[in-house]
Design a protein around this ligand. Sequence first.
Ligand code: UT7
Length: 322
Amino acid sequence: MIRSVITGTGSALPVRRVSNAQLAEQVDTSDEWIVERTGIRFRHIAGEGETTATLAADACRAALAAAGVDAQDIDLIVLATATPDQTFPASATKVQAMLGIDDCVAFDVAAVCSGFLYAVQVVDSMIRSGVAKRALVIGAETFSRILDWEDRTTCVLFGDGAGAIVLEAQDTADEGGRGILTTKLHADGRHNQLLYVDGGVSTTGTVGKLRMKGREVFRHAVTNLAAVMTESLAMAGLSADQVDWVVPHQANARILDATARKLGLAPERVVVTVDQHANTSAASVPLALDVAVRDGRIQQGQIVVLEAMGGGFTWGAAVIRF
Ligand code: UT7
């Protein structure tokens, strides 16, 4: 049986780190409001020369080093992003060039905050079907460039960054072996207008700015995330009390708490980085995963659930024996 095994993780953040107090000098907000409503304390904001592709390439270098894999041995790069460097070519091909890889398959996936989960399912399917053997799966974003910096209801919530994993095909006869056990994705396009960008190539010909009806997104997020985690755990034949770690999309600490409570999961088992990174969209899950792997919390053999929900709506979860 072929399984996709995570053999390395990596992440990258822009140099500039911005506190709530610094933001409050620019917009009508306060550290108290942001911390109480979201749990966010800091976010990183990309500067000149820092782009989605440069952050992604840095995250990949760290993941390749952790896996002990040479870049030339990568045969597939899938980059989840809603903020590509250019409309085309795919930023994944820029990452390929930056890593000096002569030939591989490279493309982007657009599912906003759940993009990394979508990319993981695509790559896992390609690995298990034998199309790819050693892949880089990336979530990378520069949301600071599509924020309306005069809209306090959105600009305080997001940050920039990138996370990456090396996924490798491993043959295991053992049901209890390592690897991705299940992935489950959903989309419901009826909710397009609750979280979107008010521009685009084929409509306005502009990049546009992010717009969100936060309270309604919040309500859907808790319901959908709890449901998809329950669904993906059932598919893996596991129950919530067998989960060692949940690595959720980092949108709001209150969403993380409410979702964990709904599933009866202890808060100590949820990896939280929203305080340090804010919402980095598709980058948030692989960024948080890398933090918890590098600080020693996530260990080989443990059951880890990744989950995310975002614009579309799109949402999904993956259950992994790490
Ligand atoms: O990544 C994709 C998924 N995204 C999410 O999951 C985000 C989900 N939504 C949320 O995280 C929360 O709904 C928010 C953090 C966006 C907002 O929190 P809320 O508790 O739902 O607040 P609210 O939108 O109901 O606003 C409450 C008040 C309003 O004032 P009034 O109308 O009650 O007088 C807002 O104008 O807070 C005000 N407000 C602010 N005040 C200070 C909104 N933004 C700010 C701000 N600073 N930055």
